[in-house]
Write a protein that binds this ligand. Structure first.
Ligand code: 2HA
Ligand code: ZN
Length: 271
């Protein structure tokens, strides 16, 4: 058995949480990440027959039975993951019944996975239905994105248009636009179901006055989506109160889409 502290997936979780903490995306216990592991790779570092304890998933996740995830812990701080991964992270396998998670490693102090597990697992199911390569669901609280949800009309067409027009890269990175949820109570199955529904169509979902969800086939894709939305939101918040002199037009967006062969939301443009 190899030493789990050398596992690339664990090192990625440690580096990503530390990076996101230092960017200010994850204050205190804010944010959570779930990363679906290849069982063959997980088995190089863990005895997959040894279940430490079981934890209820809180909903029927049968569609993910047998799948293994490394997940940030509830109440745990991204700031601390790199110093004590075994306490702040856990590796779980969804049991055949779908309502039980088998703890294979981590949550050493008796803890459990993020309170947002329903939103994560439901989003994994939704993404896998449209992208069999999806592995990551990532949630965080970046400053400018949150600020924008206070002052901008929160519908998908309006907010996508604004984000696309802040900087040239936006439409290239998220041509499908961004999904939007109104303010909702977090940590519930209801917000999980609403997020997952949006995730069938979008890789980014904004939670009004709370944060952002991103997904991807790897950490770079999920994080890259979030940091690009955050950058565009920052440009908006830095300039929205100033006279607008130069703007990316709808025709500019059409030209970009042609140049990069983008499958973009054409109905989000006024052309
Ligand atoms: O885990 O971010 O949405 C803390 C949160 C809940
Ligand atoms: Zn949150």
């Amino acid at each position: 058995m190899k030493d789990i502290m050398t596992a690339p997936f664990l090192i990625e979780m440690m580096q990503t949480t530390a990076n996101m903490y230092r960017l200010g995306y994850d204050e205190r216990n804010g944010g959570n990440i779930s990363y679906m592991l290849d069982p063959a790779v997980a088995g190089e570092y863990l005895d997959l027959n040894k279940v430490i304890r079981t934890i209820p998933t809180g909903f029927d996740a049968k569609a993910l039975a047998g799948k293994i995830f490394i997940v940030t812990g509830t109440g745990k701080y991204f700031k601390n993951v790199e110093y004590d991964p075994e306490n702040n992270l856990g590796i779980i396998r969804i049991a055949e019944d779908g309502v039980t998670a088998e703890l294979l490693w981590g949550y050493r102090d008796g803890g459990r996975f993020t309170s947002e597990l329903p939103a994560h697992l439901m989003s994994h199911i939704a993404r896998l239905s449209v992208d069999p390569d999806n592995k990551i669901i990532m949630h965080c609280h970046p400053d400018y994105t949150l600020a924008m949800t206070q002052v901008h009309e929160m519908n998908e067409r309006a907010i996508t248009r604004t984000l696309w027009k802040q900087m040239t890269e936006s439409i290239v990175v998220f041509p499908e636009g961004v999904g939007v949820l109104p303010w909702m109570v977090c940590g519930t199955n209801a917000i999980g179901e609403a997020t997952a529904e949006k995730m069938k169509e979008y890789r980014i979902v904004l939670w009004t006055l709370h944060g952002i969800y991103g997904c991807g086939k790897d950490m770079d894709e999920a994080f890259g989506l979030i940091e690009t939305v955050e950058k565009a939101a920052k440009m908006y918040m830095l300039t929205a109160h100033l006279p607008n002199v130069n703007t990316i037009t709808d025709q500019n967006l059409v030209d970009l889409a042609a140049r990069f062969s983008l499958n973009y939301r054409k109905d989000f443009l006024d052309i």
